[in-house]
Design a protein. Structure first.
Length: 297
């Protein structure tokens, strides 16, 4: 991902599993192309499913997802599926048998990712969003690196409210709600309806910003291998379409929203009229770190 004086941005989006998303017209390079493997899980229909995502890429490639069973001796691939995509999430499934599994994805461009192994019990489905027909995110790829305006993370940021979750019925802190307000100002200019600050999306966004801050990384994929879609789902938000923007090094709400708006890929997520909800998470330590999670149920 490109960097400008220390400030960086990244974004992601997904619709229904397997649907491709057209690339954003951002300054995306092959260096930003990556793949990610999600851990296998048991769905409510008794299937083992595993998903992989390809993100930040500017060319089409055959993208393959494999489910591998861990066993004594050599592990064995028990399900494999592929699709020619640019930036997309692809899922494969098979009849469940108790055991330990992991997933491996590759895009035949040298990008490979392997999930952590997980032991599955076929009698205990894992809560996940149902793959249904969904609005396609407005051309935004799963994750695209792009340019950012000048804002050094070492610059002294203005005083801001605590980034810890607020209590009571309110959602988010003052600085997080300012990001929501500024985002809705930009949406109004484009004719989109305002986004509601959803407590579940805010919890997912804040947790990711806090995790990036605590573990000193900057990525949509958590250190435990979860994607932003996994985190949103775990927070209790059942989505039909979802997206994420992240940023590091911007000192104010106005600066980070302007940075996202100056990046075509991030701008597409913000101005996607299909989304109805948003969650914003801000953590100052080590960054600042910013996460925007968008959703439609």
């Amino acid at each position: 991902m490109n960097r400008a004086l220390g400030a960086v941005l990244c974004l992601g989006s997904v619709a229904a599993a397997g649907m491709t998303a057209a690339p954003a017209q951002a300054e995306a390079w092959h260096a930003g192309c990556r793949v990610a493997a999600a851990k296998p899980y048991v769905s409510v229909d008794g299937k083992i499913r595993a998903a992989g995502s390809r993100a930040g890429c500017v060319d089409n490639a055959r993208f393959r997802v494999r489910i591998v069973k861990s066993r004594p001796g050599p592990d064995r691939v028990i399900k494999s599926g592929s699709k020619v995509v640019r930036n997309a999430r692809v899922t494969v499934a098979l009849t469940c048998v108790d055991g330990a599994y992991y997933s491996v994805v590759t895009d035949y461009r040298g990008h490979v990712s392997r999930s952590k192994p997980v032991r599955l019990d076929c009698d205990i489905p894992t809560p996940v969003p149902t793959a249904t027909s969904a609005p396609r995110p407005s051309g935004a790829p799963s994750a695209v690196p792009s340019t950012a305006p000048a804002m050094s993370p070492s610059a002294s940021a203005p005083a801001a409210p605590s980034a810890s979750p607020t209590s009571g019925s309110a959602v988010g802190t003052a600085i997080e709600n300012e990001v929501v307000r500024l985002t809705n100002v930009e949406r109004a200019k484009a004719g989109c309806g305002p986004l509601k600050h959803d407590a579940r999306l805010r919890a997912a966004a804040y947790a990711h910003s806090a995790d990036m801050s605590a573990k000193n990384y900057f990525d949509h994929t958590s250190k435990d291998g979860r994607s932003f879609a996994d985190r949103i789902t775990a927070a209790g938000y059942t989505w039909r379409a979802a997206a994420e923007n992240i940023a590091k090094g911007y000192g104010t709400a106005q600066a980070v929203v302007q940075g996202w708006m100056n990046s075509p890929g991030h701008r597409q997520n913000i101005l996607n009229c299909n989304y109805t909800d948003i969650g914003v998470g801000y953590v100052a330590a080590g960054g600042p770190y910013w996460t925007q999670d968008f959703g439609r149920q």
